[in-house]
Structures are given as structure tokens and as C-alpha cells.
Design a protein around this ligand. Sequence first.
Ligand SMILES: [Zn+2]
Length: 174
Amino acid sequence: MRAARIATTGAALKASRKAAGLTQRALAQLSGVSREAVQYWEAKNTVPLKWGAPRSFAKVLELPTLADLIPHNARAGGWGDTQKRDERARIDAWVEAQMVLWREREAQRKARCRVVCGAKTRKGGECRNKSEAGRRRCKFHGGKSTGARTPDGKERIAGAQRRRWAAWRANGLQ
Ligand SMILES: [Zn+2]
């Protein structure tokens, strides 16, 4: 099965791209192709890696081939329906594992991410400070807060919210 060695799947291409932390556009730029080309090949079942855009993807991403995704013993002895299902399952498992890695990395990135606070200031503007890592607000606007912890404190914030909503409803505004 020579062909199996030099091809991969669209799903594996996509998972590899995500695992590398690249957008479709970024991969397209690195590979010297259009974003549509990335989109096209990621939707394909089989992606031959010998030439064209897929060959460039393979260089950028070190794509796994079908031979990597399907261990040799699974390929021996014909290509029956059971075999095909088996291969599919192995490829899906690999793709899923890559996606789990990617999601973990994204979560870590998010936890480090700092944004502009944007809380309303007394002057009526928006706070321009950087938020605490992984939070939406800066240290002056609750970014360090863990929220209410004691039953007393939880009741106080719940009461404040109830009063706020009641006032909002009483105002008859949308
Ligand atoms: Zn702030």
C-alpha cells in the first residue's frame, strides 16, 4: 500500500494545523497558497502529500501520513469493511487527541491573556488599564476579586442584583 504512506486525511491536516496554533489564513501564508486551498484540503477525505498545496502543508506542519495514523499490522490482510472502519476509528482517535492538546493549549493561553479592562470610570470614560491575567478587569476594577465566598457575602451580591433588576423593570425600559 504505497499510496497510504504518502497521503493523509483532511481531518488530520486540520488537527495538525490547530495543534500548531495556526489559523487557516496563517497556514495559507506559510505555505504560499490561498486560504481557500487550505479550506478545500481540510474538507477532503484523502490528501495526497506528493505535490501541490498538500506538499507545502506537509513541510510546514510535519503532517502525519496514513501510514503513521494506521499501524502497519492494521493494513495487512486486505481492505475489508471492518478494516476500513478500524482505520477510520484510528484516524479519528488521533485527530481527537490532537484536538485535546490544542484545547489545553488554548485554555493555557486564555489563562495568561490580558485585555483592556474597559470598566466605567468616575470620569465617565473606560478604564484603559490591562486586566489581570485570564480576567476581564484590572486590579482596580475587581480583576483580583474571587467574588463572594461567605454565605453572607453571596446574599449581599444576590440582593444587589435583585434590586438592580427590579429598578430596571420599574423603569419600563427594554
Ligand atoms: Zn480597570
